[in-house]
Write a protein that binds this ligand. Structure first.
Ligand code: CTP
Ligand code: MG
Length: 233
């Protein structure tokens, strides 16, 4: 049977804020590269048929070596200068696949995505075209303009997005077609592209997990190491 669910692990960034001198997804936590944790989570999920890794240019060989031991690794390809360009590289690879294939886009920098989170995204995709993963914001978040509070959205409506974000392939493909035709294209993630270019498509939000943190700055690496040590058998 053809694959119905493809996970795309986005590892095309260079980790500037981490400042490790190489992409942060190659750093080890719990004795394994962050990228291996992320690929492993999808490889282990029974509904995921293939995993595609999109890697930063210049590091393809390292990524291929990390991804090779996982049975479902289908391709390791080069990403682009932005996360959006890396997603587009994956969509090009999948251009011959049917519209109803489910595709999950995951930040390689989130090593602790787990089965329940992936389950919630896939379950929601049975009934809708686009799914995001969110956690409530513990902090009050305000809009600041010119050093002054411009507005204070009610905290209970504010949600921090995580990944994976899941889509029917036909929907995310259409959203990117429209986005790429827009000279003013800007977005930080794939749901942002759907929200902007297919505003009639509802984006369901399912619960993420506090463990599913994105390793972004040096302090996150310390936290990730601690979480990995809790996971060890
Ligand atoms: N990403 C990508 N292609 C890019 C930029 C980012 O695939 N051109 C991926 C990253 O590898 C990461 C995820 O998108 O897994 C989230 O991005 P971020 O945390 O910003 O990672 P980096 O861009 O590597 O970090 P920084 O912004 O600090 O340079
Ligand atoms: Mg970045």
């Amino acid at each position: 049977m053809a694959t119905r669910t493809v996970a795309v692990v986005l590892a095309g960034g260079v980790g500037e804020r981490m400042g490790a001198g190489r992409p942060k997804q190659l750093m080890e936590v719990g004795g394994r590269p962050i990228l291996a944790h992320a690929v492993g989570a999808f490889d282990a999920h029974p509904d995921v048929g293939e995993v595609v890794v999109v890697m930063a240019p210049g590091h393809l060989r390292e990524a291929a070596a990390i991804a090779a031991p996982f049975r479902k690794t289908a391709a390791v390809i080069e990403g682009g200068a932005t996360r959006t360009a890396s997603t587009v590289a994956a969509l090009r690879l999948l251009e011959d696949r049917p519209d109803d294939v489910r595709v999950l886009f995951h930040d390689a920098a989130r090593p602790f995505v787990d089965r329940p989170v992936i389950d919630r995204v896939l379950d929601a995709l049975d009934a809708c075209e686009a799914v995001a993963v969110g956690v409530p914001s513990a902090d009050t978040i305000v809009v600041v303009e010119d050093g002054t509070v411009a507005s204070m959205p009610p905290r209970e409506t504010l949600t921090r997005f995580q990944t994976p974000q899941g889509f029917r392939l036909g929907t995310i493909r259409k959203a990117y077609e429209l986005a790429l035709a827009d000279p003013g294209l800007r977005a930080t993630d794939d749901c942002g592209i759907v929200h902007r270019y297919l505003p009639d498509v509802p984006i369901r939000v399912v619960a993420g997990s506090e463990r599913n943190l994105k390793v972004t700055q040096p302090l996150d690496a310390v936290i990730a190491e601690h979480l990995a040590s809790e996971e060890a058998p």
